[in-house]
Structures are given as C-alpha cells and as structure tokens.
Ligand binder design. Sequence first.
Ligand code: ADP
Ligand code: MG
Length: 323
Amino acid sequence: PNLVNQIAAGEVIERPASVVKELVENSIDAGSHRIEVAIMGGGTESIRISDDGCGMTAEQLPLAVASHATSKLPDDESLFHVSTLGFRGEALASIGSVSQLTIRSRAEGETVGAEIVVRGGVVEPPAPCGCPTGTVIEIKNLFFNTPVRHRFLKTSQTERGHIVEAFTRLALANPQIHFVLTNNNKEIYDLPVTQQWSERIRAFFGGEIGDSLIKVADGSDDIRISGYVADPSVSRGNNRMQYLFLNGRHIRDRSLQHALGEAYRGLLMVGRFPVCFLRLDMPADLIDVNVHPTKLEVRFTDGGRVYGRLLQTLRHQFLKTDM
Ligand code: ADP
Ligand code: MG
C-alpha cells in the first residue's frame, strides 16, 4: 500500500510547496480562524502547519492518514459542487508515505489531544498528548524514501519561493483568516483578518501595484466578477501577477488570461501583461469536473460566455475603452 500512496504522492506532492498547499487547505476546511505556516530551510528541512480549527479525535487520526479516507463527502463528482477544498482523502496518506509526518490534534470538546506519527507510510498507533484545540502537523525528511524526488529538490531559496507563492494564493483567497508565514523562525508575513480584500492584496503587493488598483464589481447575471485590476502603467513582462479565484479557489486559465490581454489591448505595449486580482463566482454547473489533481485547471461548460463576460466587464466599465 505504501507504493500506491507513493505513486499518488508523485501526482499531488511535487515539492515542499505542495505539502503547504494541501495542509493549509485542510486547515481552511477545518474552519480555522488562524493558520500558521512555519518552514525551516525553505521547507526542505521541515514544515509545520498549526491551526485552531475543529481538530481530530484519537479515533479519527488513523483514518486521516489512511488513503482515500475523507471526512468530506461530496454529493457528486464535480469539484465545484464540493464546498470543501479537499475531498479525495489522498493528501495526508500521500505525504505520510514520503516523509516523517507527525499530527497533534485536539477536537473541540475533548479534554486531551492525541498524536500520531507516520514514517514512510508506517503508521504508529495514536497516543494521548496535551495540546490546544486544533491541529499541528509537522513534516520532516520529505522524499527521504523517494530518491528521484529528493534529488530534484531545488535550493532552499527556490523552494521557499514556491511556498511563498502557494501561501500568497491561499491567503489572498481567504482574507477572513489570519495567516502567518515564517522561515527559519523569521516572520515573512503576518496577515490579520480583514473585511477589505484590497487590504490583503496590499499586504502582499503594496506600493506601486497597491496604489493603482481599480475596483471591479459586476454581478449583472449568474456570473459575478469582482476585485481589482491595476492601472496599465504598472503592467508586467509576464502573466504571473494575474491572480484569478474561481468560487474561492485560485486558478490559472489561459482563456481568461487571454481575455485580460484583450481587455487591455491598446493600453499596453506588446509583450506587457496586465496585473489583476479577480474573483469569479458562478453556479457550479457552469464549471466542468476537475481535470487535474492539483485542481489548478478548470473547464467552463460555456467558456465563450465566461470569456465574453470578463472582457466586457473590464473593457466597458473599468478600463473605459471601446471594443
Ligand atoms: P481530504 O482533505 O481530501 O479529505 P486529506 O488527506 O487532505 O483528505 O485529509 C484527510 C482527512 O483528515 C480530512 O478529511 C479531515 O477529516 C482530516 N484533517 C486533515 N487535516 C485536518 C485539520 N487541519 N483539521 C481537522 N481535520 C483535518
Ligand atoms: Mg485535504
């Protein structure tokens, strides 16, 4: 069974940043108000995620690390009919199969917590431990038993950069959660809860970008578009500063990126890309089933309509240019 989990891990856990993404998503699903990500050596030495969510009981811990055991039950196959970020029950089993994983957790209403340790897929029985309500998960020796993955780990600086990016996406998508990120015990971000999305955006991208944000809000039909686009004067040489969130999940989508480019056509020089932070919210039946386990790519049932709506919203209302 560990080989099966290792193969699953190969799909989902590419590098330390994938661990951070999966674990933070679990903390979000657990209803946490505060999530702290503490990495050492850019995540190559250790990764610790602490949350104040619902926690797990001693009985739930072995299930949590077993493959295909999920407490989240979707009513159908579509990822976007699922209200939680996770639903496969694969992440913890995968991570535990390629690392040393320790979970300390106390469920709401319990007087003591419990700890469970998994080493290369070998699960030890849970033991009682003292801890506050919520969950602390620590990962060490990532990929110690998968030499190829281990060899492809980049420098701690590079892995740290990937973690910062994953953290940024999750924290941008969830301004209602207090997020903290440290590396080698040094604070990188401490982001208190905010009602203003622009405040969370500025915490990451203050200065030039933060000062040039143009508010976008359009809810004329069942596709709602909201957020900010930056003034054309702060464009970038690549499209990495285009943050798109679909029903609360970060996505990358070629077609929507193309629509953004079209919306700014005539406002930017060739080879320049607009900067934006946009949330799209729409009924789940407008979105097709997930096409990749890392959930980054989506398909729209009527891609042309979504494309048109984004283009029209930006062009007519906010960039005030003619088609
Ligand atoms: P999934 O998120 O797809 O259900 P995971 O392998 O990521 O699968 O997690 C397995 C289960 O462990 C979850 O369904 C949840 O019940 C439990 N779990 C994981 N992390 C946490 C957490 N931080 N707080 C509470 N429960 C958690
Ligand atoms: Mg999960």
